[in-house]
Design a protein around this ligand. Structure first.
Ligand code: HEM
Length: 148
């Protein structure tokens, strides 16, 4: 092995260590759960509280919840969102398909509920990245919620 080869070898080794150091750091940053990025349980409780307030005031969908116990629904939603975003909570309710089967929910109603959530996320200034992840999570459940 001549000098140049050895220098190249050592440089490559340093580059590898440096690159893996960067990769580890990047992994640590992106490993933060959505739950943490949203601000943890207190933030989720505040968001759900405001969101349920919007839904109750929304004449497009509020009749759906006329017979609901708001305290129970809020607590179910907090546990659901907390668990679904990687938090430490345990949601013990129905899965979304079972929970909404037979309700005959339309796409317009689904969109109304999403709009009510967007109003809350904007009010709480949830950054675009987290907002988009939350909205795509909701979008992924659409097929289970709408049953018309
Ligand atoms: C992605 C969107 C939605 C999510 C994540 C969601 C989530 C939930 C959760 C976690 C529950 C509790 C289930 C249980 O108690 O087992 C629930 C119940 C319910 N949802 Fe949804 N929901 C969504 C969309 C909708 C829409 C669009 C409507 C109608 C406009 C709706 C109407 C209801 C009603 C009426 C209940 C029963 C509430 C009660 O127990 O009194 N949901 N939902």
């Amino acid at each position: 092995m001549n000098f140049t080869t050895r220098i190249l070898g050592v440089s490559a080794l340093f580059l590898t260590i440096f690159a893996s150091g960067c990769a580890t750091q990047q992994a640590t940053v992106s490993e933060k759960s959505l739950y943490e990025r949203l601000g943890g349980k207190d933030a989720i409780v505040a968001v759900v509280d405001d969101f349920v307030g919007n839904v109750v005031a929304d004449t497009r969908i509020n009749k759906r919840f006329a017979n609901s116990n708001a305290v129970r629904v809020k607590s179910q939603l907090v546990d659901f969102v907390c668990q679904d975003t990687g938090g430490p909570c345990k949601y013990v309710g129905n899965d979304m398909k079972t929970g909404h089967t037979g309700m005959n929910i339309s796409e317009a109603e689904f969109n109304a509920l999403v709009e009510d959530l967007v109003t809350t996320l904007d009010k709480f200034k949830v950054p675009a990245r987290e907002k988009n992840v939350v909205l795509s999570l909701l979008g992924s459940m659409k097929g289970d919620i709408i049953n018309r």
